[in-house]
Design a protein around this ligand. Structure first.
Ligand code: HEM
Length: 453
């Protein structure tokens, strides 16, 4: 179904990507209703799209729903970091990342974000009056931003990590729908098994080198503490005088891998889709530019100003509703549980696809498939008719995205500076073909014609 759905480009006027990106869920929802059972080899999975049930699962008040164990290539990519951790370990890691990506820490990151955007726009100069593909540019931008703000390095220093991750992602994508018998890799190792093991080792070596470098600065007394960024907080806890507070070297490596990946992949695709929408809807591009110029003129964006960008926020919300980068939130039933009218045994996997909820006409209206940022004019609660489960781009409950404010700030800053300097229209070469490759990506890039103001 997936192959067939992506065999042709999509009509640019259609925003309903769910039947194309998740045609199996789309088809089975029509056949079996809002919640249904599927089998992935020998693993039973329940797809849940009924808002009340989604809320119960994600808020997890009774602790009945745990994280799904990562297997295979995905485990090599992320290890056992915060995304997989549970209980005390998760609480400890979540506290660390909450501190690094919220409040004052976030305010302090604004200059670094602006510097990365300016460096990117320097490379745009030669495209004046010409066509530019923004996807690769945004991938480098978001990689640079997470490197500078969380790890005190640049994209160039983190380059090996990003390149290795991309190679692992290609292997993951290639094998996404292959069913393998349990333990088969012990008897027969495919080329991808061998390659992914090497990549995992190389990823670990690169991250360890970065950790050791920072450690060395303190040990050799060139710095008197590990620093205030995310890497610094990890090292501070790793060396905590109280042994019970410490995290291991493996934990540090897995956290770094997680934040390198989560910190750039989703945000870069979101930025790309926003640029597409603004290139198609020039009226919204003008409205957004007017707001940016009113707030900042031609000066750099400030954290106070970013919080007041109303039109830009509406455009971000509408784009992330239609092109939700995260396609699947997963949980595992810890022990027998009742959910609505169902009873599930332990170990059943639960899948929640945000796109299915983002297009529900009962909540969003008959125009659910259109790009209409004005629906968010009076906030998310009003747009969703007070149904928080209808809008899940960053999840819900205790595991809500820890990088929500970081990502939104980064997108707002990038858009503001781009709109201050450039006008853009869609290139006739653009082919509309959203596909699933870890996140929702434009298959052939996003080509725009760039005009300076
Ligand atoms: C547009 C950008 C982003 C989107 C749409 C997004 C989306 C999400 C979603 C839907 C979840 C919840 C997953 C679940 O409940 O299973 C999540 C969790 C998470 N996100 Fe993001 N994310 C974005 C950016 C970021 C950034 C920039 C970072 C890091 C700086 C980040 C780090 C994380 C982490 C660590 C978690 C796991 C939290 C936990 O389990 O406690 N994300 N994200």
């Amino acid at each position: 179904m997936k192959k067939q759905a992506r065999s042709n480009p999509m009509d640019l006027s259609s925003y309903d990507i769910f039947p194309r990106i998740q045609p199996h869920f789309y088809t089975w929802m029509k056949l079996y209703g809002q919640n249904f059972l599927i089998w992935d080899g020998a693993r039973p999975q329940i797809v849940v799209t009924e808002p009340e049930l989604v809320k119960e699962i994600l808020s997890n008040k009774e602790g009945a729903y745990g994280k799904m164990k990562l297997r295979g290539y995905m485990k090599k990519l992320l290890g056992d970091g915060i995304v997989m951790a549970e209980g005390e370990k998760w609480t400890k890691l979540r506290k660390l990342s909450n501190h690094a990506f919220h409040g004052e820490s976030l305010k302090d990151m604004v200059p670094a974000m602006i510097a990365s955007v300016e460096a990117m726009l320097e490379t745009w100069r030669k495209y004046e009056g010409k066509e530019i593909d923004v996807c690769e540019k945004f991938r480098l931008l978001t990689s640079d931003v997470i490197s500078r703000t969380a790890f005190g390095s640049s994209y160039m220093e983190g380059r090996k990590v990003f390149e290795t991750m991309t190679k692992l992602c290609i292997i993951i994508s290639r094998n996404a729908h292959k069913i393998r018998y349990f333990g088969i890799e012990k008897v027969f190792r495919s080329q991808d098994d061998i390659e992914s093991e090497k990549l995992e080792q190389s990823l670990r070596d690169s991250v360890l080198a970065m950790i050791k470098k920072r450690e060395h600065e303190v040990m050799s007394r060139r710095a008197d503490n590990f620093g205030n960024d995310f890497l610094g907080s990890l090292l501070t806890v790793h060396h905590d005088a109280d042994q019970t507070n410490r995290i291991s070297v493996d934990d540090m490596v897995d956290e770094c891998k997680t934040f390198y990946l989560a910190g750039h992949e989703t945000t870069s695709t979101l930025l790309s889709w926003i640029i597409l929408n603004l290139a198609v809807h020039m009226d919204w591009q003008e409205k957004a530019r007017k707001e940016v110029l009113q707030l900042f003129g031609h000066e750099n964006p400030t954290s106070e100003g970013i919080a007041r960008l109303k039109t830009v926020s509406m455009i971000i919300n509408e784009t992330i509703r239609l092109y939700s980068p995260v396609l699947d939130m997963t949980r595992r039933v810890n022990s027998k549980v009742r959910l609505g009218k169902y009873e599930f045994p332990a170990n059943v996997e639960l899948h929640i696809p945000p796109l299915a909820l983002h297009r529900n006409p009962e909540i969003w209206g008959e125009d659910a498939h259109l790009f209409k940022p004005e629906r968010f004019a009076e906030g998310v609660a009003k747009a969703t008719k007070n149904n928080p489960m209808a809008f899940l781009p960053f999840g819900y409950g205790p595991h809500t995205c820890v990088g929500l404010n970081f990502a939104t700030n980064e997108v707002k800053i990038a858009l503001s500076v781009i709109l201050q300097q450039h006008k853009f229209t869609l290139s006739p070469n653009y082919v509309h073909s959203p596909i699933h490759f870890l996140t929702v990506q434009p298959q052939h890039g996003i080509q725009i014609m760039l005009h300076s103001l």
